[in-house]
Design a protein around this ligand. Structure first.
Ligand SMILES: Nc1ncnc2c1ncn2[C@@H]1O[C@H](COP(=O)(O)OP(=O)(O)OP(=O)(O)O)[C@@H](O)[C@H]1O
Length: 249
């Protein structure tokens, strides 16, 4: 099945450990090249021999922030991408500060990235990508190693990237609760292939599909199923968020 990202959407790529989520993400900006098939960005084929700068449209926030942060200070780190794209120092500073403000990390500008907390590192990593003004940002398990408070901050930042900056988001995650809360569309991956795609309510109420992919329904779905069973009523609605669940009960 073909994987695609539409304009101004959050598409969640969900799969068990080792299913190929990170590998798929790394194909989106030419970090990896497919051995079969093609990758198109903004309608153009990714081919490093001809289209050198298509990768600029897609930024990837890696699963481990330490793989991404390397400069002596946060500001240096976030300015690195814009400078590398050819912006002068003033433009790069503006882009970096704007990105750091957008994720609420401007207070860390003089800090050494290595000494930031996991949540702070994730925000700075997102700022580093945002500063390069991509059209699509792919995030690999952006909240899986964070406590609930920091996970919520990062989740809100991700929603803000779409809502306020018009950026399409690809979210690789095995956290189906997160995907249920924020994704507009869900793709299920298994053994390196996309095996299904659909709206969150289509995918998350397909128990057989999730089981086959080594996943479990989001909590909201489990609660709704238990409620319907307890009341002896049909599962007519398919809530995937708390708000939808409350309306369905
Ligand atoms: N389409 C594919 N063809 C061949 N090998 C693949 C394919 N997709 C992924 N792999 C291989 O499968 C392994 C796991 O892939 P990957 O790290 O992308 O999974 P993941 O879903 O991100 O796992 P995790 O959730 O544990 O981070 C890697 O060795 C990768 O090279």
């Amino acid at each position: 099945m073909c994987f695609r990202v539409k304009e101004n959407e959050i598409v969640a790529v969900c799969g068990a450990n080792g299913s190929g989520k990170s590998t798929l993400l790394e194909h989106l900006n030419g970090l990896l090249l497919p051995s079969k098939g093609n990758v198109y960005v903004m309608g153009e084929l990714i081919d490093p021999r001809t289209k050198k700068d298509l990768w600029k449209n897609v930024g990837i926030v890696f699963q481990k922030s330490d793989d991404q942060l390397f400069a002596p200070t946060v500001l240096d780190d976030v300015m690195f991408g814009p400078l590398n794209l050819g912006m002068n120092k003033g433009e790069a500073w503006d882009a970096a500060m704007k990105a750091l403000r957008a994720v609420g990390a401007e207070e860390f500008i003089n800090k050494i990235p290595n000494y930031l907390s996991g949540g702070q590192k994730r925000l700075v990593s997102i700022a580093g990508i945002l500063a390069m003004k991509p059209k699509i940002i792919a995030l690999d398990e952006p909240t899986s190693d964070l406590d609930p408070h920091h996970a919520e901050i990062v989740e809100n930042v991700i929603c803000g990237l779409k809502e306020e900056h018009g950026i399409s988001i690809v979210l690789a995650t095995h956290d189906l609760d997160l995907a249920a809360r924020i994704a507009n569309r869900v793709c299920i991956v298994k053994k390196g292939s996309v095996i299904a795609e659909g709206s969150p309510s289509e995918i998350f109420y397909n128990t057989g599909l999730l089981e086959d992919a080594g996943l479990k329904e989001p909590k909201i779905v489990q609660i709704y199923e238990a409620f319907c069973e307890f009341r002896g009523v049909k599962m007519e609605k398919r809530p995937v968020t708390i708000e939808e669940l409350v309306k369905s009960l």
